[in-house]
Design a protein around this ligand. Sequence first.
Ligand code: DP6
Length: 365
Amino acid sequence: MTEKDFLPTPYKVKKIEGKSLWQAPSNIALIKYWGKRENQIPANPSLSFTLDTCATTTVIEYRRLEKKGTDFDFELFFEGRPMESFRPKIETFFKRIEVYLPFLKEYHFNIETSNSFPHSSGIASSASGMAALALCLMDLERELNPEMEPDFFIKKASFLARLGSGSACRSVEGDLVLWGGTRDFPKSTDLYAIKYPFKVNEVFKNFQDTILLVHKGQKQVSSTVGHELMHGHPFAAQRFLQARNNLTLIKPILASGDLSAFVQLVESEALTLHAMMMTGNPYFMLMKPNTLEIIDKIWEFRRATKTQVCFTLDAGANVHVLYPEEGKDRVLQFIKNELVAYCENGQYICDQIGVGARKLIMKGE
Ligand code: DP6
């Protein structure tokens, strides 16, 4: 498929008003997206676990305007309160997707959104947020074009979400998701994410992700700036190659359930991501002393108990602790005994691999 396939043909139906409600999960990358080209095209393919508990719920109410507006017409509420600070991000998103959803200026939108995880927990809400919004807008497009195929609906939602935030395209489906065109993976594309197309061992089915909230404050650098710093980065080409190689390497690991190889690859990806930040110009460091304390403790625990548990990081100080369901009691005990002390206010979130976004039914429907 190409971008052109997402341009709509004239709509057959007129819709005056309506509502749509979606819940989209967050996701955590095993192979990281860090670096992009124009139009949100990733510099390398990435692979993620879709999460389950950490999610954004968005409801849009739309009403057709008498006359198409010159600007986008929307109101925004976050957790029940007007949220003007999100406006520029949504404006940019609407501008980028207008050519694919040409009705956007024909409606007034009321957008209400809320997260299952605490605001300012340092958990990126852009992935789940953009995915939920893209799905709501696709619901409206499906009303205008009722013949739309379910498969196209999902692809276009991921395509649109990508234009809002790259990693958001991986938050539409579950449970293991690939974004970025790569030769070894049929149907993979830079335009939207697909379900991981090969065999995945049972051990990964109910994988756990306990997110340790190390630092809940404002991040020093946004991921958008971080991606930009990969342009002209001295190690960029090598990094992009490494990510591609890791995708080839992870295939037999996922098929066989080789957890010790999994642990090595996933941790190396996390540390490489942060190494890129630390070796850029300007350089920056998003890990905190407690991030390192936790990593050290995980390594010690793994050595001492031979439990297959590992960490990954996103562009922040929080630590995602990944492990198979089978070790849940043991690992949670370890987290409570040894790691919680390094979390801000002792906070952590228990999550696990999930199935993807869900359309919710509204009261009274
Ligand atoms: C470190 O998707 O937040 O989490 O496309 O600029 O919105 P934009 O960036 P974003 O970057 C995510 C980076 C990451 C790695 C990953 O999720 O793959």
